[in-house]
Design a protein around this ligand. Structure first.
Ligand code: PLP
Length: 378
């Protein structure tokens, strides 16, 4: 497949697996857990046992890798399983730097599972380069980024931070779940690892969990992570891989449309007297708007958060008045969702009490604005 193709063409081409027997146009689902071995001991299909590899997973891994401009894709049963695999590569006693405002469970995983096993952890404000520089130690092995961050949408400078990591022999990994490769491709900005919760935009329909890591090239790190994938077994089923590859076929169109709507809703809410603050990197008032413009070449994504004037209770009550936004966790599906994050994350989280996180779906912008108008009007 020529990799010079445009993103949307690659998304279609990279998710087709022609079946030689049936010539089926839609890729079949290979549910078999085991594959026949020849009398000489070889495996003619290249597949042995589905935990190690299978046709649907391989197709998914290659597709996400090609879309992220990497060489290697390694799929897992969830985004958290993918993140766990990266943290499992850290040598005992090494040091991990995390954003203070990343997806809550990422920091929870690092601190509760890996912190107790001797990994040193620092949580820093990734928008301040000097804070990262001060946190770096001789044992620093990994700087983990999430940009825009969940749920405050702070933006960190991927290229600058990757350079800081490399200067001390550390790796830089980026959770690219929110922008997707339609908007931002961290490997092109010199990051070493991209992580996706494919549960979100890749799947796109709120009906399949998954995760994937993408690396620039094959080497010692990809070998180590593939080994972790095969022996720990936190892998997606063939059906889940199939659902995700099906989602990828419409990824480009969905994310483009959702982003356009998110931008328009952010602009509307930004001028509303009952909204204290809109967090969206596409607004010129966003504190890191210039960095976002530099590295989010496709647009600013379909996630935003708003801080409502008033208390947590006022914010929560607003979610009940919105009729077109379902109050639920998760994001990246075709339906718009809203969530009061602080009450989910707990009192220790840095998320403001009055913050609501919005995942914009494929509804018409006029309908969404009218819904906010009525909900804020009461
Ligand atoms: C930015 C981000 N990273 C990682 C995850 C975890 O992914 P999963 O739920 O697929 O394990 C999420 C889930 O909400 C997320 O929003």
């Amino acid at each position: 497949m020529p990799t010079k193709l445009h993103f949307e063409t690659l998304a279609i081409q990279s998710t087709q697996l022609t079946n030689e027997d049936t010539k089926a146009v839609s890729t079949p689902i290979f549910m078999s857990t085991t594959f026949e071995r020849a009398a000489d001991g070889s495996y003619p299909s290249g597949y042995v046992y589905s935990r190690m590899d299978n046709p649907n997973r391989q197709l998914l891994e290659k597709s996400i890798a090609v879309l992220e401009k990497g060489e290697v894709g390694i799929a897992f049963a969830s985004g958290m399983a993918a993140t766990t695999a990266v943290f499992q590569t850290l040598p005992p006693g090494s040091h991990l730097i995390l954003p203070h405002d990343a997806y809550y469970t990422t920091n929870d995983l690092a601190k509760t599972v890996f912190g107790s096993k001797g990994i040193q952890i620092s949580e820093v404000n990734m928008t301040r380069l000097e804070e990262i520089q001060n946190a770096i130690r001789p044992e620093t092995a990994l700087i983990w980024l999430e940009t825009p961050s969940n749920p405050q949408l702070s933006v960190s400078d991927i290229a600058a931070i990757a350079e800081m990591a490399h200067a001390v022999g550390a790796l830089c990994a980026v959770d690219n779940t929110w922008p997707t490769p339609v908007m931002q491709r961290p490997l092109e900005l010199d990051a070493d690892i991209v992580m996706h919760s494919t549960t979100k935009y890749f799947g796109g329909h709120s009906d399949v969990l998954g995760g994937c890591l993408v690396l620039k090239e094959e080497g010692a790190l990809s070998e180590q992570i593939r080994k972790i994938q095969a022996v720990t077994g936190g892998v997606p089923s063939p059906f889940e891989c199939w659902l995700t590859t099906r989602g990828i076929k419409t990824l480009y169109l969905r994310v483009q449309a959702q982003t356009k709507t998110a931008g328009e809703l952010a602009t509307y809410l930004d001028q509303h007297p009952k909204i204290e603050q809109v967090n969206y990197p596409g607004l010129s008032s966003h504190p890191q708007h210039e960095i976002a413009k530099k590295q989010m070449y496709g647009g600013f994504g379909a996630m935003l958060s708003v801080q409502v004037k008033g208390s947590a209770a006022a914010a929560m009550a607003l979610t009940g008045r919105l009729q077109l936004f379902t109050t639920a966790t998760s994001l990246g599906g075709v339906e718009s969702l809203i969530e009061h994050r602080k009450s989910v994350e707990g009192p220790a989280s840095p998320t403001p009490d009055n913050l609501l996180r919005l995942s914009i779906g494929l509804e018409n912008i006029e309908d969404l604005i009218a819904d906010w108008e009525q909900a804020l009007g009461e």
